[in-house]
Ligand binder design. Structure first.
Ligand code: DGY
Length: 324
Protein backbone atom coordinates (compact mmCIF):
# COMPACT_ATOMS: atom_id res chain seq x y z
CA UNK A 1 0.00 0.00 0.00
CA UNK A 2 1.34 3.45 -0.89
CA UNK A 3 1.85 5.53 2.22
CA UNK A 4 0.56 9.11 2.45
CA UNK A 5 3.20 11.82 2.70
CA UNK A 6 2.79 13.76 5.93
CA UNK A 7 4.79 16.70 7.27
CA UNK A 8 4.73 17.53 10.97
CA UNK A 9 6.24 20.31 13.02
CA UNK A 10 6.69 18.09 16.05
CA UNK A 11 5.71 14.51 16.79
CA UNK A 12 2.34 13.79 18.36
CA UNK A 13 2.25 11.72 21.57
CA UNK A 14 3.34 8.10 20.91
CA UNK A 15 -0.22 6.66 21.07
CA UNK A 16 -1.28 8.96 18.25
CA UNK A 17 1.93 8.61 16.30
CA UNK A 18 1.46 4.82 16.30
CA UNK A 19 -1.96 5.15 14.71
CA UNK A 20 -0.32 6.85 11.74
CA UNK A 21 2.61 4.50 11.17
CA UNK A 22 0.82 2.02 8.97
CA UNK A 23 -0.57 4.42 6.39
CA UNK A 24 1.69 7.48 6.61
CA UNK A 25 5.25 8.29 5.76
CA UNK A 26 6.00 11.04 8.29
CA UNK A 27 8.64 13.73 8.11
CA UNK A 28 9.15 15.89 11.17
CA UNK A 29 10.63 19.36 10.86
CA UNK A 30 11.39 20.69 14.33
CA UNK A 31 13.48 23.77 13.52
CA UNK A 32 12.46 27.43 13.83
CA UNK A 33 11.18 29.35 10.76
CA UNK A 34 10.47 26.26 8.65
CA UNK A 35 9.41 28.20 5.56
CA UNK A 36 12.90 29.66 5.25
CA UNK A 37 14.28 26.14 4.83
CA UNK A 38 14.66 24.64 1.34
CA UNK A 39 14.26 21.18 2.87
CA UNK A 40 10.90 22.05 4.46
CA UNK A 41 9.67 23.58 1.18
CA UNK A 42 10.76 20.44 -0.67
CA UNK A 43 8.81 18.28 1.81
CA UNK A 44 5.76 20.53 1.43
CA UNK A 45 5.83 20.10 -2.35
CA UNK A 46 4.75 16.45 -1.98
CA UNK A 47 2.89 16.60 1.37
CA UNK A 48 -0.69 15.32 1.40
CA UNK A 49 -1.16 16.00 5.09
CA UNK A 50 0.24 18.75 7.30
CA UNK A 51 0.26 18.64 11.10
CA UNK A 52 0.71 22.32 11.90
CA UNK A 53 1.36 24.12 15.18
CA UNK A 54 0.68 27.54 16.67
CA UNK A 55 3.97 29.09 15.52
CA UNK A 56 3.56 28.20 11.86
CA UNK A 57 1.64 30.69 9.73
CA UNK A 58 -0.41 28.61 7.31
CA UNK A 59 -1.05 31.28 4.69
CA UNK A 60 -1.24 31.68 0.91
CA UNK A 61 2.53 31.40 0.63
CA UNK A 62 2.64 28.07 2.46
CA UNK A 63 -0.40 26.70 0.64
CA UNK A 64 1.10 27.63 -2.74
CA UNK A 65 4.19 25.60 -1.80
CA UNK A 66 2.03 22.56 -0.92
CA UNK A 67 -0.15 21.79 -3.97
CA UNK A 68 -0.88 18.17 -2.94
CA UNK A 69 -2.39 18.93 0.47
CA UNK A 70 -5.61 17.09 1.27
CA UNK A 71 -5.83 18.03 4.92
CA UNK A 72 -4.31 20.30 7.56
CA UNK A 73 -4.64 19.41 11.22
CA UNK A 74 -3.43 20.93 14.45
CA UNK A 75 -3.47 19.60 18.04
CA UNK A 76 -5.22 22.72 19.40
CA UNK A 77 -8.66 24.26 19.47
CA UNK A 78 -7.33 27.66 18.32
CA UNK A 79 -6.45 28.16 14.67
CA UNK A 80 -5.55 31.85 14.48
CA UNK A 81 -2.27 30.94 12.76
CA UNK A 82 -4.19 29.40 9.84
CA UNK A 83 -5.80 31.39 7.01
CA UNK A 84 -9.03 29.36 6.99
CA UNK A 85 -10.51 31.27 4.03
CA UNK A 86 -7.44 30.44 1.93
CA UNK A 87 -7.68 26.75 2.88
CA UNK A 88 -11.38 26.74 2.04
CA UNK A 89 -10.74 28.33 -1.36
CA UNK A 90 -8.39 25.42 -2.09
CA UNK A 91 -10.87 22.86 -0.76
CA UNK A 92 -8.59 21.83 2.10
CA UNK A 93 -10.36 20.88 5.36
CA UNK A 94 -8.71 22.02 8.59
CA UNK A 95 -9.02 19.83 11.68
CA UNK A 96 -8.71 21.07 15.27
CA UNK A 97 -9.43 19.61 18.73
CA UNK A 98 -12.45 21.29 20.33
CA UNK A 99 -14.38 19.63 23.16
CA UNK A 100 -11.66 17.36 24.53
CA UNK A 101 -9.77 20.22 26.21
CA UNK A 102 -12.72 22.09 27.73
CA UNK A 103 -12.52 20.86 31.33
CA UNK A 104 -8.72 20.97 31.63
CA UNK A 105 -8.57 24.50 30.22
CA UNK A 106 -11.43 25.66 32.44
CA UNK A 107 -9.62 24.20 35.48
CA UNK A 108 -6.42 26.07 34.65
CA UNK A 109 -8.27 29.31 33.90
CA UNK A 110 -10.26 29.28 37.12
CA UNK A 111 -7.15 28.03 38.93
CA UNK A 112 -5.26 31.15 37.84
CA UNK A 113 -7.98 33.32 39.36
CA UNK A 114 -8.10 31.31 42.59
CA UNK A 115 -4.33 31.22 42.90
CA UNK A 116 -4.05 34.97 42.30
CA UNK A 117 -6.92 35.89 44.64
CA UNK A 118 -5.57 33.79 47.53
CA UNK A 119 -1.90 34.53 46.70
CA UNK A 120 -1.12 30.80 46.65
CA UNK A 121 1.99 31.22 44.50
CA UNK A 122 3.27 34.00 46.78
CA UNK A 123 2.52 31.89 49.85
CA UNK A 124 4.76 29.09 48.62
CA UNK A 125 7.63 31.52 47.94
CA UNK A 126 7.09 32.99 51.42
CA UNK A 127 7.34 29.59 53.09
CA UNK A 128 10.33 28.50 51.01
CA UNK A 129 12.20 31.71 51.75
CA UNK A 130 11.87 31.04 55.50
CA UNK A 131 9.75 34.15 56.06
CA UNK A 132 6.93 32.19 57.71
CA UNK A 133 9.37 30.57 60.12
CA UNK A 134 10.85 34.04 60.78
CA UNK A 135 7.45 35.24 62.00
CA UNK A 136 6.75 37.66 59.16
CA UNK A 137 3.09 38.42 58.35
CA UNK A 138 1.65 37.34 55.02
CA UNK A 139 -0.54 39.85 53.08
CA UNK A 140 -4.26 39.06 52.78
CA UNK A 141 -5.90 37.95 49.55
CA UNK A 142 -9.56 38.41 48.75
CA UNK A 143 -12.73 36.29 48.73
CA UNK A 144 -14.12 35.08 45.44
CA UNK A 145 -17.44 34.33 47.19
CA UNK A 146 -19.94 37.11 46.48
CA UNK A 147 -17.76 38.82 43.83
CA UNK A 148 -18.74 39.53 40.23
CA UNK A 149 -16.84 37.71 37.51
CA UNK A 150 -17.02 39.05 33.94
CA UNK A 151 -16.25 36.50 31.22
CA UNK A 152 -15.43 37.90 27.78
CA UNK A 153 -15.89 35.21 25.14
CA UNK A 154 -18.26 32.57 26.41
CA UNK A 155 -17.95 29.44 24.32
CA UNK A 156 -17.58 25.94 25.67
CA UNK A 157 -14.57 26.75 27.86
CA UNK A 158 -16.24 29.94 29.10
CA UNK A 159 -19.36 27.99 30.07
CA UNK A 160 -17.22 25.48 31.99
CA UNK A 161 -15.47 28.37 33.80
CA UNK A 162 -18.86 29.95 34.58
CA UNK A 163 -20.02 26.69 36.20
CA UNK A 164 -16.93 26.64 38.41
CA UNK A 165 -17.42 30.30 39.36
CA UNK A 166 -21.07 29.71 40.32
CA UNK A 167 -20.03 26.84 42.59
CA UNK A 168 -17.62 29.27 44.27
CA UNK A 169 -20.53 31.66 44.94
CA UNK A 170 -19.66 34.26 42.28
CA UNK A 171 -22.10 36.31 40.21
CA UNK A 172 -21.25 35.83 36.54
CA UNK A 173 -21.67 38.41 33.77
CA UNK A 174 -20.62 37.54 30.24
CA UNK A 175 -20.07 39.29 26.96
CA UNK A 176 -20.10 37.43 23.68
CA UNK A 177 -20.76 38.02 19.99
CA UNK A 178 -23.98 36.05 20.39
CA UNK A 179 -26.16 35.72 23.47
CA UNK A 180 -26.38 32.19 24.81
CA UNK A 181 -29.71 30.38 24.93
CA UNK A 182 -28.62 28.62 28.16
CA UNK A 183 -28.03 31.77 30.26
CA UNK A 184 -30.59 30.71 32.85
CA UNK A 185 -29.33 27.17 33.10
CA UNK A 186 -25.78 28.47 33.60
CA UNK A 187 -26.95 31.16 36.03
CA UNK A 188 -25.18 33.94 34.11
CA UNK A 189 -26.23 37.40 32.85
CA UNK A 190 -25.37 39.06 29.54
CA UNK A 191 -23.68 42.49 29.69
CA UNK A 192 -22.46 44.90 27.04
CA UNK A 193 -18.69 45.14 26.88
CA UNK A 194 -18.13 48.48 28.66
CA UNK A 195 -20.59 47.84 31.53
CA UNK A 196 -18.95 44.45 32.08
CA UNK A 197 -15.52 46.10 32.33
CA UNK A 198 -16.89 48.64 34.80
CA UNK A 199 -18.84 46.22 37.03
CA UNK A 200 -16.65 43.14 37.25
CA UNK A 201 -14.35 42.42 40.22
CA UNK A 202 -12.53 39.82 38.14
CA UNK A 203 -12.37 39.58 34.34
CA UNK A 204 -11.54 36.42 32.41
CA UNK A 205 -10.78 36.62 28.69
CA UNK A 206 -11.53 33.53 26.59
CA UNK A 207 -12.25 34.98 23.13
CA UNK A 208 -10.60 33.48 20.06
CA UNK A 209 -7.98 35.70 18.41
CA UNK A 210 -9.30 37.40 15.27
CA UNK A 211 -9.09 40.77 13.53
CA UNK A 212 -11.91 41.98 15.83
CA UNK A 213 -10.39 40.76 19.09
CA UNK A 214 -6.75 41.75 18.49
CA UNK A 215 -5.85 44.48 21.03
CA UNK A 216 -9.38 44.32 22.44
CA UNK A 217 -7.91 45.23 25.83
CA UNK A 218 -5.85 48.43 25.75
CA UNK A 219 -5.50 51.72 27.66
CA UNK A 220 -9.16 52.70 27.30
CA UNK A 221 -10.44 49.32 28.54
CA UNK A 222 -8.04 49.16 31.53
CA UNK A 223 -9.10 52.73 32.46
CA UNK A 224 -12.73 51.57 32.64
CA UNK A 225 -12.00 48.71 35.06
CA UNK A 226 -12.15 48.90 38.85
CA UNK A 227 -8.68 49.60 40.32
CA UNK A 228 -9.17 46.43 42.39
CA UNK A 229 -9.85 44.22 39.35
CA UNK A 230 -8.11 40.89 38.77
CA UNK A 231 -7.62 40.40 35.03
CA UNK A 232 -7.08 36.89 33.62
CA UNK A 233 -6.15 36.07 30.01
CA UNK A 234 -6.35 32.38 29.08
CA UNK A 235 -7.15 32.92 25.38
CA UNK A 236 -4.43 34.42 23.19
CA UNK A 237 -1.74 36.98 24.04
CA UNK A 238 -2.40 39.50 21.23
CA UNK A 239 -5.98 40.08 22.47
CA UNK A 240 -4.28 42.29 25.04
CA UNK A 241 -2.06 45.28 24.26
CA UNK A 242 0.94 44.23 26.36
CA UNK A 243 2.36 47.77 26.64
CA UNK A 244 -0.97 49.10 27.94
CA UNK A 245 -1.20 46.17 30.40
CA UNK A 246 2.29 46.86 31.78
CA UNK A 247 1.36 50.55 32.22
CA UNK A 248 -1.94 49.72 33.95
CA UNK A 249 -0.27 47.24 36.34
CA UNK A 250 2.66 49.56 37.08
CA UNK A 251 0.35 52.50 37.85
CA UNK A 252 -1.96 50.17 39.87
CA UNK A 253 -4.78 51.23 37.58
CA UNK A 254 -5.68 47.54 37.84
CA UNK A 255 -4.68 45.33 40.76
CA UNK A 256 -3.41 42.11 39.21
CA UNK A 257 -3.06 40.17 35.96
CA UNK A 258 -2.78 36.40 35.62
CA UNK A 259 -2.08 34.96 32.19
CA UNK A 260 -1.58 31.61 30.53
CA UNK A 261 -0.83 33.38 27.25
CA UNK A 262 1.32 36.40 26.43
CA UNK A 263 2.42 38.57 23.54
CA UNK A 264 5.17 37.87 22.69
CA UNK A 265 5.09 34.19 23.58
CA UNK A 266 7.22 33.01 25.25
CA UNK A 267 8.24 36.21 27.07
CA UNK A 268 11.95 36.90 26.67
CA UNK A 269 14.12 37.22 29.79
CA UNK A 270 13.98 40.74 31.18
CA UNK A 271 10.54 41.51 29.70
CA UNK A 272 8.77 44.26 31.73
CA UNK A 273 5.93 41.87 32.69
CA UNK A 274 8.46 39.64 34.44
CA UNK A 275 9.59 42.51 36.67
CA UNK A 276 6.15 43.26 38.14
CA UNK A 277 5.00 41.94 41.54
CA UNK A 278 1.29 41.93 40.62
CA UNK A 279 1.52 39.36 37.84
CA UNK A 280 1.22 35.57 37.60
CA UNK A 281 2.15 33.87 34.33
CA UNK A 282 1.98 30.20 33.34
CA UNK A 283 3.59 28.86 30.13
CA UNK A 284 0.45 28.29 27.97
CA UNK A 285 -0.55 25.10 29.80
CA UNK A 286 -4.34 25.37 29.61
CA UNK A 287 -4.72 21.92 28.06
CA UNK A 288 -1.49 20.42 29.42
CA UNK A 289 -2.68 17.37 31.36
CA UNK A 290 -1.79 13.80 30.41
CA UNK A 291 -5.41 12.86 29.71
CA UNK A 292 -6.26 15.96 27.71
CA UNK A 293 -3.10 16.13 25.64
CA UNK A 294 -3.51 12.42 24.84
CA UNK A 295 -7.11 12.98 23.72
CA UNK A 296 -5.99 15.97 21.62
CA UNK A 297 -3.23 13.97 19.96
CA UNK A 298 -5.59 11.08 19.17
CA UNK A 299 -8.22 13.41 17.72
CA UNK A 300 -5.51 15.08 15.63
CA UNK A 301 -4.47 11.68 14.28
CA UNK A 302 -8.11 10.78 13.52
CA UNK A 303 -8.61 14.10 11.72
CA UNK A 304 -5.47 13.51 9.69
CA UNK A 305 -6.31 9.92 8.72
CA UNK A 306 -9.84 10.93 7.74
CA UNK A 307 -8.65 13.81 5.56
CA UNK A 308 -5.98 11.69 3.86
CA UNK A 309 -8.67 9.12 3.00
CA UNK A 310 -10.97 11.97 1.83
CA UNK A 311 -13.44 11.12 4.56
CA UNK A 312 -15.17 13.69 6.79
CA UNK A 313 -12.91 14.94 9.59
CA UNK A 314 -14.35 14.27 13.08
CA UNK A 315 -13.60 17.91 14.04
CA UNK A 316 -13.43 20.31 11.11
CA UNK A 317 -13.16 24.11 11.26
CA UNK A 318 -14.31 24.80 7.69
CA UNK A 319 -17.13 22.27 7.44
CA UNK A 320 -18.12 23.56 3.99
CA UNK A 321 -15.11 21.70 2.53
CA UNK A 322 -15.18 18.71 4.87
CA UNK A 323 -15.22 15.53 2.77
CA UNK A 324 -18.60 13.77 2.50
C1 DGY B 1 -5.43 25.62 22.02
O1 DGY B 1 -5.84 24.47 22.00
O2 DGY B 1 -5.77 26.49 21.20
C2 DGY B 1 -4.45 25.94 23.08
O3 DGY B 1 -4.42 27.29 23.40
C3 DGY B 1 -3.09 25.48 22.65
O4 DGY B 1 -2.63 26.32 21.66
Amino acid sequence: MRKHQVVMLRPLLPEAQQKLQESCSIRIFEQENPLESAVFREWLATAEGLVAGGNLAVDEQLLAAAPQLRVIVQPAVGYDNIDIAACTRRGIPVGNTPGVLVEATADLTFGLLLCAARRIHEGWDFVRQGRWAAGEGFPFGFDLFGKTLGIVGLGRIGAAVAKRARVFGMEVLYHNRRRRPDEQELGIRYADFNPLLEQADCIIVLSPLSAETRDMFGREQFARMKPSVYFINAARGPIVDTGALVEALTARQIAFAAMDVTDPEPLPAGHPLLQLPNVLITPHIGSATIETRTAMALLTADNLLAGLARHPLPACVNSEVNYQ
